[in-house]
Design a protein around this ligand. Sequence first.
Ligand SMILES: [Mg+2]
Length: 140
Amino acid sequence: MQKIDKIYFDIDGVIRGVASPKEDVMALLRFCIDNYPGAVYWLTTHCRGGENHVYYALKGEFPEEFVEELCQKVLPTEWGALKTDAIDMDSDFVWFDDNLFEAERIVLEQNHVLDGFFKMDPRDTEMAKKALEFLKNFSK
Ligand SMILES: [Mg+2]
């Protein structure tokens, strides 16, 4: 992976229910929507099978204005059994998730894009900061 075309975000364990300070999580999301407009996607059980419940998942987690901005700027994906169904394998992507199923790992490996998966640790208070650093190093 040389550049970033698309960014995929899980919600639970990545931006909600995490030990990272909320300011750090918001800084990470802010960086993404500002620097990758139209290229940031939800990849979460809160948005799948044609239904998008992200607003309700994030309501109360962040300031209302920010939740609304996220809902406008982060795009929905369509997937069913595997999150990898929604990923554009021809793009250079980063996928932030705290969990990767074996079946999904196999799909990523088969497409030679396993390096696009960024494992998030919800218990790590520095997690959001580390993810932001990772992205900033790409834009240099
Ligand atoms: Mg998760």
